[in-house]
Design a protein around this ligand. Structure first.
Ligand SMILES: [Zn+2]
Length: 140
């Protein structure tokens, strides 16, 4: 179950963000899971629940998983398409040289923190807090 080590990497990244911003806890983390990332969302969620037990800053956190379908682009004619099954052949011209546009990613897209600093509330972080986990980075 490599989702456990992936979630470990995500939790480490979230912990760094929590410390960086002097936050007390995480309200929500949003993760994008590509169709071809080899990550099973249910396992990822189970791993998250395990970490939530032992990481106080995650005690009330919600995990939101966004599924990203595989999308390819033909290198011959440039058309973008979603492959049918596992046949990576251009639906327009039949070429087999294609590149992945999306669907391989595993991204920590967003982290919402609760910071108790006199004005309580949720401090959302958008694109500036995005951390990217490439497949190679996480699998090692
Ligand atoms: Zn084509």
């Amino acid at each position: 179950m490599h989702e456990l080590s992936i979630m470990q990497a995500l939790v480490d990244a979230v912990e760094a963000i929590v410390q960086e911003h002097g936050a007390q806890r995480v309200v929500r983390l949003v993760v994008e899971v590509g169709e071809m990332s080899n990550v099973i969302p249910m396992y990822l969620r189970n791993a998250f629940l395990a970490f939530r037990e032992v990481k106080p800053f995650l005690a009330q956190a919600e995990l939101e998983i966004h599924f990203v379908p595989l999308r390819l682009q033909c290198e011959a004619c440039g058309v973008e398409f979603q492959p049918q099954g596992y046949r990576y052949r251009c639906i327009e011209c039949g070429a087999t040289r294609v590149r992945v546009v999306q669907g391989e990613e595993l991204l920590l897209r967003n982290v919402e923190l609760e910071v108790e600093s006199g004005n309580p509330g949720v401090q959302p972080f958008g694109s500036s807090a995005v951390r990217e986990f490439s497949n190679s980075g996480i699998r090692g």
